[in-house]
Design a protein around this ligand. Structure first.
Ligand SMILES: [Zn+2]
Length: 419
């Protein structure tokens, strides 16, 4: 057999021991033990864990890396929205392009090859951020598939121009629509209009929802009802929903089953939720993270994602999903292998499914492969394992060799040290 590339000695899901992966014409030609073949190129990955790559299902490229333009005093959601809205008015297309490109490059080098980014479209940002992110999507298509979600961060009903701008974005290259009922003066009408736009363009929906810690303050019933009424099961995702963290197990079971039955997926954004929630308390501070593992057990499709990087919503970040999975698992006090393995799925297979993208390493399938410096998914999450290399359609997109410890050639004797 002649192939373009063979990756030797990797561990992959559902194959015992170390295997090789042979690649021809951008597709996986064979997965097996000690494949014998004529390969143009060979690489020994020395036991790295190979998988189809991390999937970032919720990130804001357009407003990333703006710390020096904003002040953070209260650390609340209201302040983050206000400060970012001010900064946004000054965004130019090139400015957004530069910041977004930097972050996408980081994500790629952390092993992410699928991404859904929100892009704010409103009278402040105009279509400038959207145009910039379209350029980013095209420029980095060699390494990552980017979906663009045209997003109404500042609400809709109080700024009627936004609706026409979202409509235009959906005509000119946006992949889906994002709503934010909590910033709208009329959240029910906001939900209704987002669904109307989605149906007009036949696109999926991703809502920022219930970003508070009061279970009584909720737009979830309206979203569930609209999802069912519009026949949108499997096409709606909700992000944050931090008030689910305040429900007792019996109530969570009832609400979780309603979300699952409606076919609505949930993305948890641990870094932002931890930073912005619970600001009303100065002791016994609630974590404010929706319990994704418990909701998954109730049948909800769940993902963990980065959300914001270095802005008033999250003054931290590096677009590493291994690190984000580790943060979530630690904060949620998980320890069992099955729980940790599910967390890995939430930044890979399940996040891909939310984006409607394929995610498997299979003979005949695309050679989209990322190698991580770990033996298996649990070690990736527990140790926040770094990425080593990635390939898209069989072409190498990044390399990040293992660090090397340079040991002293001779060890000084004890007598030499003590003199
Ligand atoms: Zn978000």
């Amino acid at each position: 057999m002649e192939v373009d590339l063979v990756l030797r000695n990797v561990s992959v899901a559902r194959h015992p021991g170390l295997v090789d992966i042979a690649i021809r014409d951008g597709l996986i030609a064979e997965i097996g033990n000690r494949i014998s073949c004529e390969a143009v190129e060979e690489e020994d990955l020395e036991g790295a864990f190979a998988f189809p790559g991390f999937a970032e299902s919720h990130i804001h490229l357009d407003k990333a890396c703006i710390m020096e333009r904003c002040s953070i005093c209260a650390g609340t959601l209201e302040e983050a929205v206000r400060e970012t809205a001010k900064a946004k008015a000054g965004f130019s297309e090139d400015d957004v392009y530069m910041r977004a490109s930097m972050l996408v490059e980081k994500a790629i080098m952390h092993g992410t090859n699928r991404m859904r980014t929100f892009v704010e479209i409103d009278p402040r940002a105009g279509l400038r951020s959207f145009e910039a992110i379209k350029r980013v999507r095209d420029n980095y298509a060699f390494a990552i598939d980017i979906q663009i979600c045209a997003f109404a961060q500042e609400g809709l009903t109080q700024e009627p121009e936004t609706e026409a701008m979202l409509d235009e974005a959906l005509h000119s290259g946006a992949d889906l629509i994002g709503g934010c009922p909590y910033t709208d003066v009329d959240s029910a009408e906001h939900v209704r209009r987002i669904f109307a736009l989605a149906r007009k363009h036949d696109v999926d929906i991703d809502f920022h929802l219930d970003f508070n810690l009061d279970p009584a303050k909720t737009d979830l019933p309206a979203v569930i009802e609209a999802t069912c009424a519009n026949g949108y099961a499997g096409r709606v995702t909700i992000g944050h929903v931090t008030n689910l963290s305040m429900l007792d197990p019996d109530t969570l079971a009832v609400v979780g089953r309603k979300i699952a039955d409606a076919g609505i997926a949930l993305t948890v954004l641990p870094a932002t939720d931890l930073f912005l929630m619970g600001r009303q308390s100065n002791f016994s501070i609630p974590r404010g993270i929706a319990p994704a593992n418990a909701l998954s057990a109730l049948g909800v499709r769940t993902a963990i994602a980065t959300n914001n990087v270095l802005n008033p919503f999250t003054p931290f970040g590096d677009a590493s999903l291994a690190r984000m999975a580790n943060l979530y698992a630690n904060v949620m006090q998980l320890s069992r292998d099955e729980d940790i393995a599910l967390v890995f799925d939430m930044v890979s297979a399940q996040a891909s499914e939310i984006m409607g993208l394929r995610h498997d390493l299979a003979v005949g399938g695309p050679a989209d492969i990322v190698a991580l410096d770990a033996a298996d998914p649990c070690e990736v999450v527990r140790a926040s394992a770094p990425a080593l290399a990635g390939w898209k359609r069989g072409l190498k997109t990044f390399s990040r060799p293992r660090p090397q410890l340079l040991k002293a050639k001779t060890t000084p004797s004890l007598s030499a040290i003590s003199g």
